[in-house]
Structure formats: C-alpha cells, structure tokens
Design a protein around this ligand. Structure first.
Ligand code: NDP
Length: 336
C-alpha cells in the first residue's frame, strides 16, 4: 500500500519536504470493516488547514499520519453484511492506494446517476456546500444578483447555476480567459476575470444594480472589490478564504476593520460563516435528490480536473490553492 503522510507542517505554500512517501503491507479488515482500493482521491482546499496545527473546526493531521481526504473506492474484501466486493463507495480513505474503513462510515455510490468521481464534487461535499450555503444563508430571490469567485470550481460553479435556477442574476469571477469562457458556457449571466488590472472597476461597471448575495470563497482583493457594491440587506455566506490559506501573516496596510464593520452596520448586511457539516443531517438527502435531478435535466453542469499518479498529489494540491486546477481537482489513483 503506497501512502503519503504528513512529514512536517508547512510554512506558507506546502513543499515536497512536508510529505513522506512510503509503502506498507496490506492488512486484513476487522469485524464490521472493509478493505478498499482507492479509485479517486479528492483534493480540497480545506486540507491546507489540516496540515497546520492552528486551532480550527477540525483536528489537524498529526505528523506521521496519512494525509486525510475523501475517496471513491472499490470494496476488495468485506467483513460487513452491508457491502460486497466490487461495490463502489464514498469514504475517507486519505492519500493512499488502499484503506480499511468501518462499513458504517461509507456511502454507496450509484454509477447510474453520473460518473462515480462526481461523489467527490458536484454530487458530494463541494456541491452540498454550495447548495446549503447559498440556499440557507444566501437566500437568493428571483431578480436578485448573486456573485461568487472561484466560480469554475466545484463550489462556485454550483453556486452560480443554482442562482440561475432560482431566477437570480449570476455573477461569476474566475482567473484567466479559459475559465471565464467556461463560466459563460455554464450560463453565468455576468463573468469577470479577477486577474484583470481593472478588475475592481470592471465589477462595479458590470453590476450597476449592486450585489444582494456574495458567496465568499476567496477573500482578498475580490472581497475588497465586492464590499462597496453590496446592497442594503445583502447576505454574505462566508464559505472559504482560499486566497489567504498559504499566508504566514496578515497582509500589510491600514487596519480596515472599521470600514468593514461600518459597512456591515450601514447596509444592514448579514455576514455568516459556516461549515457544511452543520447542514448535512437536515439537508443531505434533499440535496442528493435535487442535485441528481438537476444533473439529469442538464440544469447543473460540472467540470472535473482528473490527474493521474498518487505520488504527484502534493504538486496537484499546490496547484489547487493557486488556481492551477480547472474544475474539481481529483486524483485517479486506481481508476483506469
Ligand atoms: P476550487 O476548485 O474552486 O479551487 C480553488 C480556486 O480558488 C482556484 O482554482 C482559484 O480559481 C481560486 N483562487 C485561489 N487563489 C485565489 C485568489 N488569490 N483570488 C481569487 N481566487 C483565487 O475550490 P473549491 O470549489 O473546492 O472550494 C472553494 C472554496 O470553498 C474554498 O475557499 C474552500 O475552502 C471552501 N469550502 C468551504 C467549505 C465549508 O464547509 N465552509 C466546504 C468546501 C469548500 P481561479 O483560478 O478562478 O482564481
């Protein structure tokens, strides 16, 4: 079993030295457990947080532990009545070729609905994050304007497409012309490139009606550009701040907290952070029903960025944090 473990905690962007590659013999599953062969490993921005020991909502990966991550796997050997060899399951196998997991922790993946890798993206945690955060906190109404960055990724692309389903105007922000073109294909009403030197002005010009929902995925200069455009009673679901995950200290500059707080006050803004797990029990099943239907009806489309070679996962992960991915970043480990 080839594995990738955490060797040391990164300072800034992760480097090869932060990871340890090794190989160990396969073990047999215990009572209630199954042995799984990883087909697809999900790479997600939250993993940067797990590599750090700063206090967070989830405990960090310990030094020497296998890097965590959601996986779509094939059951190889089963010690549970719930699964048979050959079944495809969603689990949390981490950055390795094989894993042993409790059957109770696994969800069966139906290959009839969509390719099984989508259980890590549009039909999985990122799609659910977009669904719950937008509908529960953003609460877009028909005719309102919904803006989102990292808009070609699995969270942002679903946010924009659900905004369209609701009858809102969708504003998608991404880095570079290829991604911006893709947003048009997905049906975003207004598209912008945050790498443009005139991005702030471009955005203000594109949304004279202002912004009613800003689904915050990135922070940094995108947030700075959005803040003055937020309408009275706008909602800001704070989902992620990927532009800052590799920062080692706050960016220099004047303290802008006063400006932020006075804008929240004067415009009666709702700024609400969330972790998607908060909504799983209440909305998980409804999400699967709605999303499967929308995919089958062609109302939600998705793009995956499937890479090969587990040993290159650290490199792929760095690309994810800096926009090198184009769609949901997935590593095909044992999948042909
Ligand atoms: P993506 O696949 O969209 O990848 C991250 C993207 O962020 C990059 O492709 C890049 O896109 C963009 N980005 C990186 N740096 C910057 C920057 N400085 N300025 C603007 N954009 C930048 O990721 P996901 O869809 O998986 O995740 C999106 C966000 O949602 C992340 O912040 C993540 O942490 C968060 N999240 C939160 C969850 C929760 O429960 N709260 C659960 C899941 C995800 P581009 O090239 O277009 O700039």
């Amino acid at each position: 079993n080839h594995r990738i473990r955490l060797n040391s905690r990164p300072v800034g962007a992760p480097t090869a030295e932060n990871f340890l590659f090794d190989e160990v013999p396969l073990e047999a599953p215990g009572e209630g457990q199954v042995l799984l062969r990883t087909l697809y490993l999900s790479l997600d921005p939250y993993m940067r947080g797990r590599m750090s020991d700063a206090k967070s909502y989830a405990k960090p990966v310990e030094i020497g532990e296998v890097m965590v991550g959601a996986t779509v796997s094939e059951v190889i050997e089963s010690n549970s009545a719930d699964f048979d060899p050959g079944d495809i399951v969603l689990g949390y196998g981490g950055w390795q070729e094989y894993s042993i997991e409790y059957a109770s922790q696994l969800r069966r993946v139906d290959p009839e609905i969509a390719p099984v890798s989508t259980a890590l993206g549009v039909l999985g945690m990122p799609g659910f994050t977009a669904y719950a955060g937008l509908l529960e906190i953003g609460m877009p109404k028909p005719g309102e304007t919904v803006a989102v960055a990292a808009a070609s990724g699995p969270v942002g692309s679903v946010v924009g497409q659900i905004a369209n389903i609701v009858g809102a105007t969708s504003v998608g922000i991404a880095g570079g012309p290829a991604k911006v073109n893709h947003l048009k294909e997905l049906g975003f009403d207004i598209v912008l490139d945050h790498r443009s030197p005139t991005f702030k002005e471009d955005l203000a010009e594109a949304v004279p009606q202002g912004i009613d929902v800003y689904f915050e995925n990135v922070g940094g200069k995108v947030f700075e550009a959005v803040l003055p455009l937020l309408n009275t009673f706008a909602r800001v679901p704070v989902c992620g701040l990927v532009s800052s995950y590799n920062l080692t200290e706050l960016p220099p500059g004047p303290d802008r907290t006063g400006l932020l707080m006075s804008t929240i006050l004067r415009r009666s803004l709702t700024v609400r952070g969330f972790i998607q797990t908060e909504f799983v029990d209440r909305l998980g099943e409804k999400f699967m029903d709605d999303m499967s239907t929308w995919i089958q009806e062609g109302k939600i489309r998705y793009r995956e960025d499937i890479r090969t070679g587990l040993d290159r996962a650290p490199e792929y992960f760095n690309e994810l944090l800096t926009g090198g991915n184009f769609g949901k970043m997935v590593v095909a480990v044992g999948a042909q």
